[in-house]
Every structure is written in structure tokens, then in C-alpha cells.
Design a protein around this ligand. Sequence first.
Ligand code: NAD
Length: 431
Amino acid sequence: MATSTAYKYKEPAPKVDRENPLESMMSRFNVAADILGLDDATYNVLKAADKQVIVHIPVTMDSGEVRVFEGYRVVHNTVLGPSKGGIRYDKNVHLDEVKALAAWMTWKCAVVDLPYGGAKGGIICDPTTMSAGEIERLTRAYTLAMKDVFGPDRDIPAPDMGTGPREMAWLMDEFSKTVGATTPAVVTGKPLVMGGSLGRTEATGRGVMVSALAAMRKLNMKPEESSAAVQGFGNVGSWAAKLLCEQGVKIKAISDVSGAYWNENGINIDEAIAYKNAHKGRLDGFQGAVLMEHAEDLLTLPVDVLVPAAVEDVITEHNAHDIKAKLIVEGANGPTSASADPIINEKGIMVVPDILANSGGVTVSYFEWVQNRQGFKWTEEMVTERADRIMSDAFEKVYATSQKYNVPMRIAAYVVAIDKVAQTYKFRGSF
Ligand code: NAD
């Protein structure tokens, strides 16, 4: 491993918009591998996924028609432990994207020092047009097809886009029947009554808040004198906004698919959440702020902190020049395209990257798995206190690495993660 502190940071090669997520991830991985002086063997092992399983799942639809769905499970790496990662139900699921997300999970678990590798799954389907019965049959058939991949010591799925506690309960039930024993630790994100963890719902937003505050301390920004804009008002965005607000940060803008809402005096986040809950999870018609003409302008508002917590590739080379925030905390996975990295770095904006900022979710998923294996339920205080400590420690480690190599936080996070995985390979002597 290179130990020099005089590494000359080279920007990842700029890329075109709507990047292939795998290439986007690899361009950052390559820079970090270069800094570490990663040997060819380890580089080649980490570049490729350990395992890719493609299944075709026949499901009888309510109409009587049998439809065949394509599903994936990609296990990127298991050197640190069983692989962990969500299952996505979406019509745009693509194998390249699943591969990128699986690798992302390896780095995310390594950054926060969890004993897990990385995986991701997906099924090409449109759950918004399917009945609960159809989704249940699909979930159970996918679980059966993946029975030799999943397992509490092998590969532990979780919810992702289009899936939630309901699907995880079906998955747990089907897997348990297959092995002949109730096996809650095979999956996380379960309903609370059947082995889910307290604190899981808010965990990702809470981690965003903890890492935002840690970054603000480094930048000498006082929360009570700072403002923020939060893109996305789902699980991550609404919790991040609420918890940042509780720390004194003035949330001047929020958004969801219905548009962006601005209030110079600060939005009452509890009111916005209550409004959303009463209106099918959407902010349409919210009166506590002004509806902005162009929702994407939220990203370039004059605020101190920007929290993209919706979808990927929203900060690109087209709008990065106009960003005014001093700090970006990535609640979403991949909200910044690789082409925007050099522009953001040039402007001196600190970015707490996705693999660090949104890892509070997988951290509490890990706690769920530990509780299931212990057969003992932790209090919410235990969950929160332990998760906050893991997030703070990870932030400090990534920050120290960014100082040591004089690189942005994103590259530093990859350096921390890849170094841990590479060192483990050396000790295990796997090849
Ligand atoms: P969610 O479905 O609960 O919420 C998504 C929100 O984004 C909704 O408010 C939706 O209306 C909004 N949205 C969608 N497209 C938008 C757009 N173009 N502009 C503005 N808003 C838009 O999803 P979530 O669980 O909050 O996840 C959000 C992001 O965080 C995703 O990238 C996800 O992969 C990532 N993430 C989630 C978790 C978790 O624990 N939920 C953990 C890690 C990462």
C-alpha cells in the first residue's frame, strides 16, 4: 500500500450526462485504487462481482395470464462477511445498475466498518400496476429461486425502491418454510412486530444529520446560523429535514415529485410531514411555502447546506457551476454524476458522499440482524446511540484520510473502504 502523503490527486475522467452507474462508480474506484497503489490481483478481484444470478420467474397474474419476470441478485464481495443489500422492484431495473449498487454496498459497509460484504437485487416489474397478491407471488417465487443465495450467514437482503417491510415479511416467511425454521436474520427491514429494529425508519435521515453536523463543525458553520435545501421528501429527505431542523438549521426548501417549495423564513418541517402523510405521501398543495417555478432550481438556491435525497444523477456538469451551498450531504445514492465532481471540487464545496452520508440505514439494518441473532430486542436509545457513534467515527476516519492524501471526501471514502477490503484479503490470503 502507498503511504505517501504527497499523493497528487487526479480528477476522475469527466463523463457525459446520465452516466452508466457502473462506469461512474468505477471512475471513482480507479482514483482510490491508484492512491492506495492497489496491486493488480486485488484490483481485478474487486472490479468484478463475485456472483451474478439471473432468474426468470413465472407468476400467475390475477387475470389468469402467466407472466415471466426477470430478476437479479448480484453479490459483489463477501470477504468482510455475508453480503448485504436491498431488492429493487422497478420497470427500469438493469443488470449494470444492480452491479454498481452491489459494489456500492461493499464500499458502504466497509466505510462504516460493518462485518458485511455488498450485494443488490432487482426485478424488472412495475409494482404500481400490480395487485398485492401478484407482488406477493412474485416475491415468494423470487425468494425460492434465490434460496441458495440468501441466508443469514451468506446474503441478507433488505428493502429498496419499490419494496418495504411487507415484501421483507413475505421473503422471511418463504425462506423460513424452505429451510424448515423461522429465520428472521435472513432479511432486514422487517415489520417491527416480527423482528424489525426500533430506530430503523429514521436511521438513514439521522445518519445524514449526524454527518452533516460533523462536516459543519469542520467548516466552522453553526447549525443555528445555517440554512439548507432538501431534495426529496420521502423516508430519507423528510427525516433528514426534521432532524436538521431540530438542530437549529433553517430548512428553506424541500421538494418531491410534485415540485419544490421555498420559504425564506424556514419551513415548518413537522407541518410539511403531517401534510404529506395526509395527502398520499405527496406535498402537492402544501401552503407552508411557495411552489417554485422550476423544481430543479432547488439545487442552486442560496443556502449553506444542500441535501439531495431523491434520485441519482441530479447534480451534473450542467448545474454544478451554479451550486451556492458550501456543503453537500448526499442522502440519495449517486446523486452527483462523476462529471460534476471536478466542478464541485474546484468550487471548494465539501461533499459528504453517499457511501458515508446515507450509511446510517445499513448500520441499523446490521443492528436488526444482530438483534435477530441474539434473540434480544434493543431499546431505541441503544440503537440511536450506537448508530450515531458509528457514523461519527466513520466521518472522522474519512475526513482524516481526505486530509492525509489531500483528496475530496468522496475519494477518501473509497480509499478507506477499498483499503479495508484489500487488507482483509491480504490477511485471509484468499488468493
Ligand atoms: P422514498 O421513495 O421514500 O422517497 C423518495 C422521495 O423523492 C419522494 O418524496 C419522491 O417524491 C421524491 N422524488 C422522486 N423523484 C424526484 C425528483 N426528480 N425531484 C425531487 N424529488 C423527487 O425513497 P427514500 O427511501 O427516501 O430514498 C431516497 C434516496 O435515498 C434513494 O436514492 C435511495 O437509494 C437512498 N437511500 C435510501 C435509504 C433508506 O434507508 N431509505 C438508505 C440509503 C440510501
